[in-house]
Design a protein around this ligand. Structure first.
Ligand code: NAD
Length: 312
């Protein structure tokens, strides 16, 4: 155990980890690695081959200006973070002195199972394993790790440096001390730690968000009201800064389509109709959401951001 003073939090916390390995350096893995290094930890980034490592370095280079503009970080701070990072495609080397491995590899059960079996063999006994999986449960992989008591989920949101939630979720066999340590670690890397007391598919966020977004889309499908009216209702009545269709534009309409299409194929007639609506009215017209400049709203200045929107 060592004492760790987190400069940005200006308070003393006891953190049991010093060396962190992030496995998988794609969209989320590169963000988790950089954020962790930015907060003062030593970080080893592991990915499958040299090409993936090169892509990881490019991703990290692109994060630096975001930290400067979004967080006001200095040139010195963003460079110090990269200096605390190293990269390798050799798993044994990557975890040789790891206190914690955060896994952010593809959301495919077999890929994760194979990874944990291998990781369990090469990681030192002290190493804690945490998965960033969005939809899979830790109990699906706990046996494969060979150390179920030291395994749990640590789930981040995209654009981790500003959307700083960290949902922490064990499985029935997770050691409570390991769980508590991970809560402290999450805080130390600038996250708001959100502990879950039970395993729950979708954690807290998606357990709330997915049914909410589906309810809004059902209103649209039934032609009860248009997206602007639905969003306006939600925003005025609850004080929320965005309504469900504005959120869908951020998530991406393709993701909403994939979910509806999957449920439609499984026999849900309403979902099949919704998938068809999203495809014909939006996707086929190139309206995929914020990323293409248009979805339910037009960007960069969507109407819901206009103060007039909530007045009439
Ligand atoms: P991604 O496809 O962007 O990145 C996956 C990375 O894993 C790639 O760099 C790939 O080369 C690497 N990889 C593949 N097989 C590997 C292996 N066997 N060992 C090590 N690395 C391997 O994926 P992502 O969007 O970053 O998602 C990763 C995980 O994070 C998933 O479990 C996902 O559910 C979760 N997640 C994603 C988001 C998101 O918004 N993208 C948000 C929260 C959680």
């Amino acid at each position: 155990m060592r004492s760790f003073i987190n400069k940005n939090w200006q308070r003393r916390m006891t953190i049991n980890y010093k060396n962190i390995t992030v496995a998988g350096s794609g969209v989320l893995g590169s963000q988790i690695a950089y954020q962790t290094a930015f907060k003062g930890f030593n970080v080893v980034v592991y990915d499958i081959n040299d090409e993936a490592i090169d892509r990881a370095k490019e991703r990290v280079a692109k994060l630096k200006p975001r930290y400067q503009t979004d967080l006001g970080a200095s040139e010195e701070d963003v460079n110090a973070a990269t200096n605390r990072m190293s990269f390798t495609s050799d798993l044994s080397k990557a975890v040789a002195d790891a206190d914690l491995v955060i896994e952010a590899i593809p959301e495919v059960v077999q890929i994760k199972l194979d990874f944990y079996k291998e990781l369990g063999k090469v990681a030192p006994e002290k190493t804690i394993f945490a998965t960033n999986s969005s939809t899979l449960l830790p109990s699906q992989f706990s046996e494969a790790t060979g150390r179920p008591e030291k395994f749990l989920a640590l789930h981040f949101a995209n654009e981790i440096w500003t959307n700083n939630t960290a949902e922490i979720m064990g499985h029935p066999g997770t050691d409570s001390k390991v769980f508590d340590d991970l809560v402290e670690f999450a805080k130390a890397i600038g996250m708001v730690a959100l502990p879950l007391h039970k395993e729950q598919p979708g954690y807290i966020l998606n357990s709330l968000l997915v049914p909410f977004l589906e309810a809004a889309q059902t209103l649209l499908l039934k032609e009860v009201a248009d997206p602007e009216t639905i969003d306006k209702t939600w925003m005025i009545a609850t004080g929320a800064p965005k309504g469900p269709f504005a959120i869908l534009d951020v998530v991406g309409i393709k993701t909403a389509y994939n979910i509806a299409h999957g449920k439609g194929r499984a026999g849900n007639e309403g979902s099949a109709m919704l998938a068809n609506l999203l495809k014909t009215q939006y996707i086929d017209k190139g309206k995929l959401g914020v990323e293409t400049g248009e979805g339910f709203y037009k960007y960069p200045n969507p109407s819901y951001e206009d103060p007039e929107f909530l007045q009439s």
